[in-house]
Design a protein around this ligand. Structure first.
Ligand SMILES: Nc1ncnc2c1ncn2[C@@H]1O[C@H](COP(=O)(O)OP(=O)(O)OP(=O)(O)O)[C@@H](O)[C@H]1O
Ligand SMILES: [Mg+2]
Length: 250
């Protein structure tokens, strides 16, 4: 069975910079949740842009390697095609359209759907996030940060993606809201049988949520394994979980 996403030897550079990714390998088995950890500037967002076809928008270029989704090459494929193939994305910085209403934002996400399924899919998102239903006619710019993040997630989920890429869901949000959103995300993943890649600064949260994890350091994968293995590694304990170097006792 082919993986939901298979990245091999991926190298990327930006016009104004040297390599941002250098020989990256990463696999998302079907139906699983994979966490990608790494410090600021490690290349996490670059990896997501490479997969979702958004690299050219940022003057970035794939210089080598391969990317397959469900066994099919998607290298340099345009993002609207990828959405039709079942890819969903929650971009960094909750990019909702602030002047549009909540409902209009969801419609943008649903634009690739046949008209006949649009309402049903939007209702499914409202079921998941009743807060969005209450605010449906309000401008997205008036929503709180957490509500905007729900909207960004709802907009990605409205197409019922098979592969969902989520970049920094927790940024700037209160812990309670974050764990509520993650719980819903997990439930949605299970219901849809979707595979999920989460980029997270909050390593503890991501390692709780994911089955597999990768650590990216300066454009290279320095560690990967089950979430439990990665959580137990010295590198992650010290650099990402804030656990001091262990002494005699462990
Ligand atoms: N559009 C761009 N042009 C030039 N360099 C870029 C561009 N976008 C990112 N970079 C550089 O590529 C490297 C990786 O950046 P990236 O945004 O992928 O990191 P990140 O791991 O997502 O960091 P953060 O946790 O801060 O979001 C950094 O050195 C960054 O400065
Ligand atoms: Mg980033």
């Amino acid at each position: 069975m082919s993986a939901a996403l298979e990245i091999r030897d991926l190298s990327v550079r930006y016009a104004s910079k040297g390599f941002a990714l250098d020989g990256v390998n990463l696999t998302i088995p079907k139906g699983s949740i994979v966490a990608l950890l790494g410090a600021n500037g490690a290349g996490k967002t670059t990896l997501i842009r490479s997969v979702s076809g958004l690299l050219p928008l940022h003057s970035g270029q794939i210089t080598g390697g391969s990317i397959h989704m469900d066994g099919q090459s998607i290298l340099n494929m345009a993002s609207h095609k990828l959405v039709r193939m079942g890819m969903g994305q929650v971009p960094e910085g909750r990019l909702v359209f602030k002047q549009l209403t909540v409902e209009e934002n969801l419609r943008v996400g649903a634009a690739v759907l046949p008209r006949s399924t649009e309402k049903e899919r939007m209702d499914a998102v409202y079921d998941l996030f009743p807060r969005l239903l209450e605010r449906r006619t309000q401008s997205a710019g008036w929503l709180s940060g957490g509500e905007q993040q729900m909207l960004a997630l709802g907009r990605a989920l409205v197409t019922q993606p098979r592969l969902l890429l989520v970049d920094e869901l927790s940024l700037g949000l209160a812990p309670l809201i974050v764990s509520a959103i993650y719980k819903q995300l997990k439930m949605v993943g299970e219901t849809l049988g979707a595979s999920i890649l989460v980029v997270e600064q909050n390593a503890r949260l991501a390692l709780d949520f994911a089955s597999t994890a990768y650590v990216l350091e300066r454009g290279r994968i320095s560690l990967h394994g089950t979430a439990a293995e990665v959580a137990a590694s010295d590198l992650v304990r010290e650099s990402y979980l804030g656990v001091a170097q262990k002494g005699a006792a462990s």
